[in-house]
Design a protein around this ligand. Structure first.
Ligand code: PLP
Length: 397
């Protein structure tokens, strides 16, 4: 008889996705069974579904300081980014169109901008500092008379660095240019208020805040000229046709409500764990560096370059020992390309390839941290021993 002993596992990859919170699942369940109505139907089944969707819209709006009427449910962060960018560009009657963004955006924004370029729209990709933060003056300098949109993410998914949106919001308002922010990695982790940030459009995603995958939202300030990407019925004020996914909207609403209530305590606790993880790793492992350390960062994220190791191998070796984390590298056509974010902050390709992201969540405990700390230094040392380039510093012997 095979003896199976459950291996201890610690999940430190919450920027990739989060588990659905049991309370979120519980809130959603009735909408798969008894409360199955179509929110557009006028009978009581429909009315119940409509009421649930609108309550969820209010909860999402409350989390970001918006009016419920300005929140559009989408299939996730990617769709919200596409809708914001294509929607504003398509609605503009300008003959020449120019968009300003940064070099460290998520591919949901970068590849949307590249698609715009194939349609003749010009895009400026503004560089960032060595700590992964864009200078608002560089955004200002990139503006042109034909600029119609600025898109700058709130928190970077790889580094956690928080971008100076308030200043960029003021620049956008002065220049009368629309301002979109991909806030997928900041919502639920730090306070997000659309008025304080001065954004006209803001994207968020359910599965980063303990709601399911496949649901998100776009905030669209009232009066913003935006074309829909899809065509169909008159759902969601014609901005996103299609029968609303009631259960998913309810899940996002519940997660938003919980995030709003728990944000101050959770973020402080998670920040303490992250800071301890960072300082312990720095003291136990030679030749490492925390990327973006001097910038304001989301409380849960740390990105660390472990010189002389190959990041993908380290992720796999850590996973085998029970620690789940990730690299920023995207694997394309068999070759591991260094992350565009780490390249943009000036890391040489070998340092970018040696970098790992650990992203904590509210469910992580100090026991998780102790476990991770008992595993990571040993695994790094083991992989380094295989590297012909690595020489142990005398102090580490
Ligand atoms: N934007 C950022 C910054 C992200 O981190 C992600 C997901 O990783 C997305 C957009 C895409 O969101 P979704 O997975 O909901 O499409």
């Amino acid at each position: 008889m095979a003896l199976s002993i459950a291996m201890r596992r610690v999940y430190l990859d919450h920027n990739a996705t989060t588990p659905v919170d049991p309370a979120v699942l519980e809130a959603m369940l009735p909408y798969f069974s008894a409360e199955f109505g179509n929110a557009s139907s006028i009978h009581s089944y429909g009315q119940q579904a409509r009421a649930a969707v609108e309550r969820a819209r209010e909860s999402v709006a409350a989390l970001i300081g918006a009016r419920a009427a300005d929140v559009v449910f989408t299939s996730g962060g990617t769709e919200a980014d596409n809708l914001a960018i294509f929607g504003v560009v398509d609605a503009s009657r300008l003959e020449h169109k120019h968009v300003v963004t940064t070099q460290i955006e998520h591919h949901a924004v970068l590849n949307t901008c590249q698609a715009l370029e194939t349609r003749g729209v010009e895009v400026t990709y503004v560089p960032v500092s060595a700590d992964g933060v864009v200078d608002p003056d560089d955004i200002r300098r990139a503006l042109r008379p034909d600029t119609l949109l600025i898109s700058v993410m709130h928190a970077n998914n790889e580094l956690g660095t928080v971008q100076p949106l308030e200043e960029i919001g003021r620049i956008a308002a002065e220049a009368d240019v629309y301002f979109h922010s991909d806030a997928v990695q900041s919502v639920g982790k730090i306070p997000v208020d659309v008025e304080a940030l001065g954004v006209d459009l803001l994207s968020l995603s359910g599965h980063k805040i303990f709601a399911p995958k496949g649901v998100g939202a776009l905030y669209v300030r009232s009066g913003t000229r935006m074309k829909p990407m899809f065509f169909g019925g008159h759902h969601q004020r014609d901005r996103r046709p299609g029968t609303e996914n009631v259960a998913a909207a309810v899940g996002l609403g519940k997660a938003a409500e919980m995030a709003r209530a728990k944000l101050p305590t959770d973020s402080e606790r998670v920040a303490q764990l992250r800071d301890r993880l960072e300082s312990e790793l720095e003291s136990r492992i030679p030749c490492i560096r925390v990327n973006g350390k001097n910038a304001r960062r989301t409380p849960n994220t740390t990105n660390i370059a472990f010189s002389y190791v190959e990041g993908e191998s380290l992720v796999i070796a850590l996973d085998l020992k029970g620690v789940a984390c990730s690299t920023g590298a995207a694997c394309s056509s068999g070759a591991v390309e260094p992350s565009h974010v780490l390249t943009a902050i000036g890391l040489p390709p070998e340092e970018a390839r040696a970098s790992l992201r650990f992203s904590l969540g509210a469910g992580n405990t100090s026991e998780d941290l102790e476990f991770a700390l008992s595993v990571i230094p040993e695994v790094v040392e083991h992989l380094r021993e295989l590297s012909p380039l690595y020489k142990r510093p005398a102090t580490a012997r």
